[in-house]
Ligand binder design. Sequence first.
Ligand SMILES: Cc1cc2nc3c(=O)[nH]c(=O)nc-3n(C[C@H](O)[C@H](O)[C@H](O)COP(=O)(O)OP(=O)(O)OC[C@H]3O[C@@H](n4cnc5c(N)ncnc54)[C@H](O)[C@@H]3O)c2cc1C
Length: 478
Amino acid sequence: MPLMSPEQYKASLRDGRTVYYRGERVEDVAAHPVLGVAVEHAAIDYRMAEDPADRPLAVAEGPEGPCSRYYHIPRSADDLLKRSALIERATALGGTLVVLIKEIGTDALCALHLLASHTDRTKGTAYLPRVQKFYEHCRRGDLAVAVAQTDVKGDRAKGPAEQAHPDYYVRVVSEDREGITLRGAKVHTSVSVNAHEIIVLPTRNMGAGDEAYAVACAVPANAPGLTMIASPYGSRKGNEFETPISARHKMIETLTVFEDVKVPWERVFLKGEVDMAGPLAKTFVEFHRFTAVSYKLPLVDLFVGASRLMAEYNGILRANHVRDKLARLISYAQICRGMAREAARECKVVDGIAVPNAELINIAKLHFAENYHQALAWVIDIAGGLLVTGPSKEDLDHPRLGELVSKYLGGAGGVPAEDRLKLINLIAEITTTDFAGYQAVLAIHAEGSIEAEKLTIFASHDARASVEYAKKLAGIGG
Ligand SMILES: Cc1cc2nc3c(=O)[nH]c(=O)nc-3n(C[C@H](O)[C@H](O)[C@H](O)COP(=O)(O)OP(=O)(O)OC[C@H]3O[C@@H](n4cnc5c(N)ncnc54)[C@H](O)[C@@H]3O)c2cc1C
């Protein structure tokens, strides 16, 4: 099958899936006034494959002809670097918002390949052929794939089997000759309303007693029993002048409810092997954090570019404190970029798949997340209070008010008020609007919490040489 066109993608989402928005069933997500913005945003992926300028990056040579580069399993550092460049480019076209309809699904598919081969080798199971078959189905169909990993979790201090009710983690309630039956709910599932397939992964380590919860599988988005309740966050529709990013770009998360969803055996990739749940969750996250840092790059670049331009517009570019803040913003952006590239270059190849360096990519993600709000403070400081007090598009278009706005809100060196306000509104989108709030929560929580990143850094760093060095300098142990 050839690559899907943007129009085919949008039409393919009319498949009877059960999506609710603000209490109402949505029959056609592509035609919905809010969800449709997310579908248009996602279609960037398919448009890139058709655009001669982006096609060399977006399309790779697959075993059966051209396929989306996301479905090219990374075999080397170079493959990871190209994958990162593709994610960065797609996100730049998305106005700093990641597209994600193939990024996250292929992160999961890479992890599933690795864990299925390991499980088959060590336990005599036969998961790998199922993973390969499902992967080929997605590649051949050029499909959009969401990942439902995060369970609703209830009491975080308790494991899946210890919760107040048995459905706080998605579980297998029964099985028969055809397959398994799933019950429970995942939360924060991005792009599910506009994906074709949803990969279900475990979210944590599990132990004896958690067998029913140690499950990984794939479910079509229109599977009977699957209900997606879309979040309305950021649904206030703004115009392109006041909200230049969010008027055109959006990602939707859902509470994804499995009410006895039947999954045939050929789509079950883990069932009951409790000791593999944690490693699968962790392996997915290592790929996904590489995706994450790659998609943060357009945003951190915009911090630099927009702040510098604003400094010019406000006549403060020569001020020492402004140059100091711009230098720190540049460092913030370049450390993220450099660390992502280094994590690719320092990858290790396991069973033929290039895995980004876990220590380096977690350091990159931690650096991004922990310094995010400080970076925002520098951007806000340079931009000034107009971020939340500026006039509207209607004022600018009004004959008399427009004259007043133009007279009083111009910038240094004759910069017209309209240009200055356009830039202010762009900066507001990444610092003060609903979209900025979404990006801020995404920065802290998406792809796993800050604490999870620290744990991984601690666990993956080999400190033996530095400990020996300390001992030697201290004169310990002769
Ligand atoms: C915009 C967005 C998009 C996302 N997209 C997806 C997606 O597509 N698919 C998906 O599966 N997930 C997705 N996520 C989920 C994301 O991975 C989680 O938000 C993240 O793992 C944190 O989980 P949580 O939100 O349940 O918060 P919590 O786990 O409740 O974390 C809140 C705090 O509690 C702490 N905490 C939690 N448990 C413990 C514990 N046992 N001991 C000590 N401290 C603890 C955490 O460290 C943190 O400080 C998305 C999240 C966001 C915000």
